[in-house]
Design a protein around this ligand. Structure first.
Ligand SMILES: Nc1nc2c(ncn2[C@@H]2O[C@H](COP(=O)(O)OP(=O)(O)OP(=O)(O)O)[C@@H](O)[C@H]2O)c(=O)[nH]1
Ligand SMILES: [Mg+2]
Length: 332
C-alpha cells in the first residue's frame, strides 16, 4: 500500500457588496433608498469521482477559490450569487483539517460530496436601513468574507500495473523512466528490497500507478529470494507487466518460470490482462538472439529501452489500453 498526499488551500467566495441607490422616477424628485443586497459567495465542495485516480493534479495546483457574489443594484435588485466550485477527488480520499489534524470527511463512494467551505453572505443594500429619522441612508453593508481552510488530502493507492521479472531485469529503471519515483537501481540482483510505486501521468488528466517489486526467482512462491511477501502487491494490481532482459539466454523459459511462480501463489493472477516486454534493447549491438526473436513473435512482446526511451511511449499506450480492459472485466 502506498499513500498519496496533497495539501490544498481553499477559499470560498466573498459575499457581494450591498448597493447604495435611490429611486429615480419621473415626477418623484426624492425617491427612497432602493439598493439591493449583494449576492452570496460561492461554496467549495469536494466530490468523489471514479474518473480521477490519484492526487497528482493537486501537486500542480494548490489554491482553490470560489467566485465572489456580485454587488447589489438599484431597484432592490440582488447581486448574482458566486458560482460554487466543485473539486473532484478520487474515490477513497480522506480530507483532514491541517490545523486541528481532524478528519473532516472520508469520501468512500462514488458521488460522495461534502461542503467544505461556505461562501460569505452578501451585504444588505441601503433599502434595508431606512428608518423614520433617516429615510435616505447612504449606507450599505459590505459582503462577508468566504470561509478559508487548509486541508490535507490523503489517498491509499493500489497499483494498476505490477512489474514482474527476474532480478536485474530493469524493473526499477523502467519505473524511474515512467514516473518521478526514484528507486534504487544497480547492476546486481535484489537491488529492490521493498516495493516502489510511481504515478504515470497519461495524456489529459489521466494517470495510473505502477508498482515495482523485488525481483522474483524460481521458488519465490515457497519463499526463495525476496519475492513472496511482495507477490500480494501484484495480486492487487489490474495488469501484470512481465519484464525480461533481451540478453536472457531463454526469454520464454524465463517468462514461464515467472508465470509459474505467480500461478503457484494465486491461480487468479493469471486471469489478469498481461503484457510482456524485452528490456535493454540498447544493449544489443547487432541483432537480438533467435530465442528472443521467437519470444517476441509468440507473445507479441515489445522491445524497449528505459535508457534510450525506445518504444516507451508505445508501451504506455498499450498499458493504458490494458488497464481499460481490466476495468471492464472488473466492471469499474
Ligand atoms: N543499457 C541499459 N541498461 C539498463 C536498462 N534498464 C536497466 N538497465 C540496467 O540494468 C541494471 C538493473 O536495473 P534495475 O532497474 O535495478 O533492475 P531491477 O529489475 O529493478 O532489479 P532488482 O531490483 O534487483 O529486481 C542496472 O545497472 C540498470 O542501469 C536499459 O534499458 N538499458
Ligand atoms: Mg529493482
Amino acid at each position: 500500500m502506498f499513500i498519496d498526499f496533497a495539501k490544498v488551500s481553499l477559499k470560498a467566495g466573498r459575499g457581494g457588496q450591498g448597493s447604495v441607490s435611490f429611486r429615480r422616477e419621473k415626477f418623484i424628485p426624492k425617491g427612497g433608498p432602493d439598493g439591493g443586497d449583494g449576492g452570496k459567495g460561492g461554496n467549495i465542495y469536494f466530490l468523489a469521482d471514479t474518473q480521477i485516480q490519484t492526487l497528482l493534479d493537486f501537486r500542480y495546483r494548490k489554491n482553490y477559490k470560489a467566485e465572489s457574489g456580485a454587488g447589489g443594484q438599484g431597484n432592490r435588485k440582488s447581486g448574482k450569487s458566486g458560482e460554487d466550485l466543485i473539486i473532484k477527488v478520487p474515490v477513497g480520499t480522506i480530507i483532514k483539517d491541517i490545523e486541528t489534524n481532524e478528519i473532516i470527511a472520508d469520501l468512500k463512494n462514488e458521488a460522495d460530496k461534502i461542503l467544505i467551505v461556505k461562501g460569505g453572505i452578501g451585504g444588505k443594500g441601503n433599502c434595508n436601513f431606512a428608518t423614520p429619522t433617516n429615510q435616505a441612508p447612504r449606507y450599505a453593508q459590505p459582503g462577508k468574507e468566504g470561509e478559508t481552510l487548509e486541508v490535507e488530502l490523503e489517498l491509499k493507492l493500489l497499483a494498476d500495473v505490477g512489474l514482474v521479472g527476474f532480478p536485474n531485469a530493469g524493473k526499477s529503471t523502467f519505473l524511474s523512466r515512467m514516473t518521478s519515483a526514484k528507486p534504487k537501481i544497480a547492476d546486481y540482483p535484489f537491488t529492490t528490497l521493498q516495493p516502489n510505486l510511481g504515478i504515470v501521468r497519461y495524456k489529459d488528466y489521466q494517470s495510473f500507478v505502477i508498482a515495482d517489486i523485488p525481483g522474483l526467482i524460481e521458488g519465490a512462491h515457497e519463499g526463495k529470494g525476496l519475492g513472496i511477501q511482495f507477490l500480494r502487491h501484484v495480486e492487487r494490481t489490474r495488469v501484470i507487466l512481465y519484464m525480461i532482459d533481451v540478453n536472457s539466454e531463454n526469454p520464454e523459459e524465463e517468462y514461464l518460470t515467472l508465470k509459474k511462480e505467480l500461478e503457484e501463489f494465486n491461480l487468479k493472477m493469471l486471469n489478469k490482462p498481461q503484457l510482456m516486454v524485452l528490456t535493454k534493447s540498447d544493449t544489443v549491438f547487432e541483432e537480438i538472439s533467435d530465442l528472443a526473436k521467437e519470444f517476441q513473435k509468440k507473445y507479441d512482446a515489445l522491445l524497449i529501452s528505459s535508457a534510450t526511451g525506445e518504444n516507451i511511449e508505445k508501451l504506455t499506450d498499450i498499458i493504458w489500453e490494458k488497464i481499460q480492459v481490466a476495468n471492464k472485466m472488473l466492471n469499474l
